[in-house]
Design a protein around this ligand. Structure first.
Ligand code: B1M
Length: 222
């Protein structure tokens, strides 16, 4: 793999945000995810490759080490910060270009769940696909989705969940939204969910990744 991407993967995996950050001690004085992302862009590496070859594998390594009790929540949080710093640099590449005319996409991570990296990636890609985004953030219950729908009638709703304990909240949110406005289309995603679960809770579609979300939304808009 390209040396910059290797270093970026390491920076995100070990939570090195930028050159000034003292954490982690073994990378002190070295470039963090901010500088390495900029270097990768300057060297002509495609932003999609930066995501797929460095950032996403780094988070997969973090998850594996967490499962094996080799790291704990604070380290996981530093990796998330490093990934977020990198995404700030990548965002303009995914969101520039088209005029936003396709419709509104309301997205949030469901109640009880604080994971937002995947949700932010989906929001970024969908925005780049020409949609207006209403990002409700994390830990979002049905009331806030319904309120957002009142402000953006006809919008499509996206629910993200990363925990097996919070994916069940998706079902409650889908029921509440469908009760209020049965015509609203609801897309779900996140590591623990799949198409079977989507059908079980009465959502309209499951997308495994941001690209799947963009394709579904574009199909709805056409
Ligand atoms: Co958490 N965490 N975490 N965590 N965390 C996981 C999810 C876990 C799998 C780690 C593990 O054990 N291996 C595990 C869940 C186990 C389970 O439920 N079975 C776990 C746990 C247990 C926890 C805590 C309970 C830990 C604790 O406190 N003891 C706690 C829960 C807090 C809470 O939410 N209430 C917790 C906390 C955290 C941090 C806050 C420290 C941090 C999150 C910071 C943040 O998001 N700002 C964190 C992190 C970073 C992770 C891992 C390491 C990485 C998640 C991530 O960002 N992945 C994760 C392990 C892993 O995923 N391997 C883990 C990268 C991201 C790009 O992928 O989010 O899957 P993902 O999104 C993908 C797709 O799923 C899809 O597209 C994205 C891009 O491909 N997608 C959608 C996502 N949403 C979509 C929506 C769509 C469509 C597609 O349409 C609407």
């Amino acid at each position: 793999m390209n040396e910059i991407l290797e270093k970026l993967l390491e920076a995100v995996e070990f939570g090195k945000v930028d050159i000034k950050s003292p954490y982690p001690p073994q990378l002190r004085g070295q470039d963090g995810s901010t500088e390495l992302t900029l270097k990768a862009i300057e060297n002509g590496i495609n932003p999609q490759q930066i995501l797929e070859l460095a950032l996403i594998p780094a988070m997969a390594n973090v998850g594996k080490k967490f499962s094996e009790n080799k790291i704990f929540v604070p380290q996981m949080l530093m990796s998330a910060r490093a990934m977020g710093a990198s995404m700030i640099q990548l965002k303009p590449f995914f969101t520039s270009g088209e005029i936003k005319t396709k419709g509104t996409f309301i997205i949030g991570t469901v109640k009880g769940d604080l994971h937002d990296i995947g949700k932010n990636l989906v929001a970024m890609m969908v925005e780049g696909g020409g949609w207006t985004i209403v990002d409700l953030g994390v830990d979002v219950g049905s009331e806030r989705f319904i309120e957002a729908l009142k402000n953006s009638p006809g919008a499509i709703v996206g629910l993200s969940a990363l925990l097996t304990t919070t994916m069940v909240n998706m079902g409650e949110i889908v029921s509440a939204i469908k009760k209020q406005s049965p015509e609203t289309k609801i897309l779900i995603g996140g590591a623990p969910v799949n198409m079977d679960f989507c059908e079980k809770i009465g959502a309209d579609f499951y997308a495994p990744d941001p690209q799947g979300a963009v394709e579904y939304l574009n199909k709805m808009a056409s």
